[in-house]
Design a protein around this ligand. Structure first.
Ligand SMILES: Nc1ncnc2c1ncn2[C@@H]1O[C@H](COP(=O)(O)OP(=O)(O)O)[C@@H](O)[C@H]1O
Ligand SMILES: [Mg+2]
Ligand SMILES: [Zn+2]
Length: 557
């Protein structure tokens, strides 16, 4: 095979795009009616057809077919040129490698030239979330008044990283994960045409493993068919490593039961039967991550068989959110750690040992009372109870003492961990509140915390779970920081559905122009509270250090 299978199978016509009917329909209509927009944003998981659809749109916009409803025709000179990758007016930019403001300026200078071959110059900017802030600003200027002959198609897998100002100027299309049955159907056509001998059960397995990304599914077929003439289910299982799934489930069971010998036995058996220790650690991480998703109330999005869902629901029920994230971290270390390489099982065993001792060692929650002098030290431990609002150095309060540790064998969450938010202390605040709204201070927020959370819960019940696991800072009266213990939690919060609720509720309570910063890890916000130019320096620092996402209220279209 000279070319990767997924490339040779890139749809050349709208009809070949699957699983994105709502998008295809809308774009086809726009083309048929000659109402093509100037700025599009294609968002969604990788391998679901964003680049494919962007190229189809570019091709259709420049297609010479008489009947606009038949564009792209795939036979006219322009269509052929696009298909052969030599159409000069289709410019594809990978933002991941052209992130600077100069790159965008250069683009801006060039777009004023008329198209050389076609009717439109089409710019596809892939991974657009990778652009720097200044590059975004430069792009924004262009999006404000694009020349008539220009079409922008921005594509991203991480829509939450796109500034609201850019979002509001684009027609937005959200690509969905492609359901497994549709993937199977596509793979059937493909394997038949490519003369690939593959068992239907193997196709089912591949489709499930691809989790909605058709590209991944095609790549797996490609890989499997290159190692075996006939692809059977056992071969597919071997390569995809699903035979060890049961081991992961058993291991989780052992963690919950805190059964030391059972867990080590499971690990040993898996390794003895040929499992790769890191792969096993990775699978464990994936499984636990799914439990976390279930725990946060968004398990519906997981594609699971009813039996597995039952088991997972039980597992999720028996673990606490903080426990899960902590165990996930243990096992991701095992998946990447080089130090324990010399002993294949060691990383896993250490992770397991740490996982079952979590309840004993964990929460002696030291609260976030951090005297200014000593604040350069890392902030309080993240096993501290959820939803306490960290206080500033300006306030004197003694550390709260942890709730009584609970017995090691208990499987139920310690009640103390659900402690409602502690009192809030805030930073010096400068100006007054926005008209008619409450000023954003930690005191005000603290006083309204119950109502605040109820409002969030009404918007989305899983969002409030995340908020409960965050530390909340109010470094100044325009900024609210949600600081998470781990990246996993932070990424979940960054999900658009959660952010939207948050934005609306914050705006409702505190007015417009409040920045909500979502990040993870230790960070000394108080250090920046008194800077003269405090907003900028805070935001810059966060963006640099923690890849923080900044959401602003009142900025959505
Ligand atoms: N919705 C889809 N319909 C048909 N093929 C698809 C679809 N999504 C992905 N593919 C297949 O996967 C390959 C990569 O898709 P691509 O459009 O580059 O994904 P994305 O840009 O969303 O990451 C395509 O060449 C095609 O083979
Ligand atoms: Mg792409
Ligand atoms: Zn054409």
């Amino acid at each position: 095979m000279s070319q990767a299978l997924y490339r040779t199978w890139r749809p050349a016509l709208w009809e070949e795009v699957v699983g994105q009917d709502h998008i295809v329909q809308t774009l086809q209509n726009a083309i048929a009616m000659n109402r093509i927009g100037h700025a599009y944003l294609f968002a969604g998981p990788r391998g679901t057809g964003k680049t494919t659809s962007a190229r189809l749109l570019a091709k259709a916009a420049n297609c010479l077919a008489e009947d606009s409803a038949k564009r792209p025709c795939n036979v006219c000179a322009n269509c052929v040129a696009v298909n052969e990758g030599r159409f000069l007016d289709l410019i594809e930019i990978d933002a991941a490698s052209n992130t600077s403001v100069d790159d965008v300026r250069e683009l801006r200078d060039k777009i004023n030239f008329a198209p050389s071959q076609g009717k439109y110059k089409v710019y596809i900017i892939d991974e657009v979330h990778m652009l720097s802030t200044s590059a975004f600003n430069a792009l924004l200027k262009t999006l404000e008044e694009p020349p008539n002959h220009v079409i922008f198609i921005l594509a991203t897998t991480e829509i939450h990283k796109i500034p609201a100002t850019v979002l509001s100027r684009c027609q937005r299309f959200e690509f969905r994960r492609i359901p497994a049955p549709i993937i199977v159907k596509k793979l059937q056509t493909l394997t038949k045409q490519e003369n690939i001998d593959i068992e239907p059960e193997a196709l089912n397995l591949i489709a499930r493993q691809a989790t909605g990304a058709l590209r991944d599914a095609i790549s797996l077929v490609d890989q499997l068919s290159s190692i075996s003439k006939k692809v059977t289910l056992p071969i597919a299982q071997d390569l995809l490593g699903t035979a060890t799934n049961q081991a992961v489930i058993d291991l989780t069971d052992a963690i919950i039961k805190q059964d030391q010998s059972r867990g080590l036995e499971i690990i040993q058996t898996a390794l003895d039967s040929g499992a790769d220790s890191r792969q096993f650690a990775r699978q464990t991480v994936e499984y636990l991550r799914d439990l976390l998703i279930i725990k946060l109330g968004v398990g519906k999005q997981l594609e699971l068989t009813p039996e597995v869902r039952d088991i997972m629901n039980q597992h999720a029920e028996s673990m606490q959110t903080e426990q899960l994230t902590s165990i996930i971290e243990d096992f991701s270390k095992a998946a990447t750690d080089q130090k324990t390489n010399w002993h294949p099982g060691l990383g896993l065993e250490l992770a397991y040992a740490s996982a079952i001792s979590w309840q004993e060692s964990a929460p002696v929650p030291q609260v976030q009372s951090i005297p200014q002098a000593s604040y350069s030290a890392p902030a309080a431990s993240y096993s501290s109870p959820a939803s306490q609002i960290a206080q500033s150095p300006t306030v004197k309060s003694s550390p709260k003492v942890s709730p009584t540790p609970k017995p090691a064998q208990s499987k139920k969450p310690a009640p103390a961990k659900k402690t409602p938010p502690a009192q809030v202390q805030d930073m010096p605040n400068q100006t007054g509140a926005a008209e008619g709204k409450m000023e954003l201070t930690s005191e005000n927020l603290n006083a309204e915390m119950d109502k605040f959370k109820t409002a969030i819960k009404r918007g989305n019940s899983s969002t409030v779970g995340l908020i409960n696991s965050a530390r909340i800072y109010v470094p100044n009266n325009k900024t609210l920081v949600l600081n998470f213990a781990t990246q996993i939690l932070c990424d979940m919060m960054r999900d658009e559905n959660n952010m939207k609720v948050m934005r609306i509720v914050v705006e409702y309570f505190f007015g417009k122009d409040i920045r909500i910063i979502c990040n993870f890890g230790d960070y000394d916000y108080t250090e920046h509270a008194n800077d003269s130019d405090e907003e900028e320096s805070l935001l810059d620092a966060v963006a640099k250090r923690f890849n923080g996402v900044i959401i602003e209220t009142g900025k959505e279209d």
